[in-house]
Design a protein around this ligand. Structure first.
Ligand SMILES: Nc1ncnc2c1ncn2[C@@H]1O[C@H](COP(=O)(O)OP(=O)(O)O)[C@@H](O)[C@H]1O
Length: 583
């Protein structure tokens, strides 16, 4: 009862104008007005609801969005991806409830009964949990949010509306039979807390509804043995949750529709089909998406590496040039002014001159101690699922690191063979040869079996958004105030599109038997390439990220050569690589 007790004690609320305290005040007055729940008493109202509550101007804050949708529709998946993209916290009230349950605090017994029957927790409790979470975020300086699972009743929506400006409400929709399958297939890694789904969904189109297929979202090997199923994901409970959704939560859609804030989004399939379309309807695609990512990335990089510059260039707000009529996107940090001329358009050519360390104005260790530290946080994974900091690959020796577009990419296979043909020279010079790609361990193994590549194979995890870090490391040793940094941001935005990739695609199952001739391997690569990228993403999004090659080391921040592909198959001259690593 800790949270509730606090609610009834005015002294602990303070008079902060933060969103959290505002919500509490609102709750307290509405709690008085509303019917008390069966389990909880009504609360005294320590503050009258102030109708002139301060609301932040949208340009002084980040986005404030809500995700609605039935259980199992994928609110968490898409909300958390967007949060990564926009740099806002993902606040899921279901997670807050589960945390409370796990805490074995005084509420946990009552909550577990409610949740395990598929019922809704009372408005009082849920708002109390949300208030606590917002308050903690406020104290940390968080700006904006995406709410997932809240509001779920008209009462909750009214309270929220009274105290916070919600910019947009995204209503995710999916056929009910698919929802059931998805809920039953949900798994959580008991250790890292990540969500997966073992259901492989293939339903025929009927009654005007299109066919839907969704690949499972399988966990990496190291999570496999730790998977747990939520107690409320049984068939009976899911049915009850769907019933309650239709009764209590569906009216919330109408609430926001009538206010012109509702964006309906019918999921066309799994992540590879739905994510790019969602970005498109949110107007976060192409130019805007790239700019917004760049803004987010530069905010990240600045906060990690360029703190002093932040005061020189205080957090000016960038409102995107072409927001959808519905949206008013803004970011609390901007692209640095010296990168102001950056335009991000698909398929631009960004090949930086080889051996960029020789370019004028480039320093090799401007970021001082911070860059090696940052590099230590960027992990890649070997084929056994063991993570290592990426800079370990080159800290003690020279290494040629190839970044693959993806493991089904026929051009990357060709490149792997082309690098493998020089392996003797690399070996003789003590140079390591490594290929890093986004995807699953099985995909990497298939790639390895089907090429002559015998260097190290590593993975980055698309689900965590680690891809852009990995792409970024080739640049973080350079002066962030010069053109190379701007180009780096630009390339990173190209590379980040890999986030749309679904690592669960089980390409290994479709692999041809080993021992086929090289031409067959390339044909297989072509088939996989089509399936993995063109068919699923290229059509909808305008292309995959491009790969590249760097030569780095010895020394964590010593990057001596960068080649960024301007298109698939844009191999650099092997002589340039050999010059950079072996001369
Ligand atoms: N806004 C809310 N109001 C009431 N109960 C909630 C709310 N959010 C979460 N809960 C409780 O937590 C449980 C799990 O929520 P969540 O993880 O969002 O489930 P779902 O997968 O059904 O969207 C719900 O079934 C409900 O008991």
């Amino acid at each position: 009862m800790a949270a509730l007790t606090r609610l009834s004690r005015p002294t602990s609320w303070g008079l902060s104008s933060s969103m959290a305290s505002i919500i509490r005040r609102s709750l307290s007055s509405s709690a008085v007005a509303s019917e008390p729940s069966a389990n909880f008493p009504s609360y005294p109202s320590p503050f009258a609801l102030n109708s002139n509550l301060p609301r932040k101007d949208p340009k002084d804050r980040n986005v404030q969005w809500v995700f609605l949708g039935c259980p199992g529709v994928g609110k968490g998946t898409y909300a958390s991806r967007l949060c990564n993209l926009l740099g806002v916290p993902h606040i899921a009230t279901g997670d807050l409830v589960r945390e409370e349950l796990a805490s074995s605090g005084p509420l946990s017994q009552q909550l577990s009964e409610i949740v395990n029957q598929g019922k809704l927790v009372s408005d009082e409790i849920i708002i109390s949990l949300l208030s606590k979470r917002l308050e903690a975020g406020d104290a940390k300086g968080e700006s904006g949010f995406i709410l997932d699972g809240f509001p779920r009743t008209i009462k909750q929506a009214e309270i929220l509306e009274e105290v916070i400006d919600i910019d947009l409400v995204v209503n995710l929709k999916l056929r009910e039979d698919v929802l059931m399958e998805k809920c039953l297939g949900r798994r959580i890694c008991g250790q890292c807390g990540k969500n997966f789904n073992v259901a492989s969904i293939n339903v025929e189109g009927e009654n005007g509804n299109p066919a839907i297929s969704m690949a499972p979202l399988l966990p990496p090997a190291h999570c496999m043995s730790k998977l747990i199923t939520r107690a409320d994901d049984t068939e009976t409970v899911v049915k009850e949750r769907l019933r309650i959704y239709n009764e209590k939560s569906q009216p919330v859609e109408g609430f926001y529709r009538s206010r012109g804030k509702l964006l309906e989004f019918d999921l066309p399939g799994g992540i590879p089909e739905s994510w790019p379309k969602l970005l498109q309807v949110l107007n976060l695609d192409y130019e805007d998406k790239r700019e917004s990512i760049a803004a987010t990335l530069s905010a990240t990089l600045f906060s990690k590496t360029l703190q002093p510059n932040r005061t020189d260039n205080p957090s000016s707000t960038r409102v995107l040039s072409n927001p959808s009529p519905l949206l008013n996107l803004s970011f609390s940090s901007s692209i640095p002014s010296h990168c102001g001329k950056l335009r991000f358009s698909p398929r631009q050519s960004h090949t930086v001159a080889s051996a960029v360390s020789g370019s004028p104005g480039i320093e090799s260790s401007v970021g001082g101690e911070e860059i090696p530290n940052l590099l230590d946080t960027v992990k890649v994974f070997d084929l056994n699922g063991n993570g290592i900091p990426i800079s370990d690959l080159w800290k003690d020796r020279k290494a040629v690191i190839a970044f693959a577009r993806h493991f089904g990419c026929v051009f990357c296979r060709k490149r792997a063979d082309y690098l493998a043909s020089k392996k003797d020279i690399f070996d003789a010079s003590g140079v390591a040869l490594v290929l890093i790609g986004p995807g699953s361990i099985d995909q990497a193994k298939t790639f390895s079996e089907q090429t002559k590549f015998k260097g190290g194979m590593l993975l980055n995890e698309p689900e965590t958004g680690a891809s852009y870090h990995i792409s970024a490391v080739g640049f973080e040793s350079f002066d962030f105030s010069n053109a190379v940094y701007c180009e780096a941001v630009e390339w990173m935005t190209e590379m980040i599109t890999v986030i749309g990739y679904d690592s669960s695609e089980d390409v290994a199952n479709q692999a041809l038997p080993a021992g086929l001739k090289i031409i067959q391997l390339y044909m297989e690569g072509y088939r996989q390439d089509w399936k993995l990228s063109f068919q699923k993403d290229t059509v909808a999004r305008g292309g995959w990220q491009q790969g590249g090659i760097i030569v780095a080391g010895p020394g964590k921040t010593n990057i001596s050569y960068i080649h960024k592909d301007k298109e698939a198959g844009d191999d650099p001259d092997i002589e340039d690589i050999l010059k950079a690593c072996c001369s």
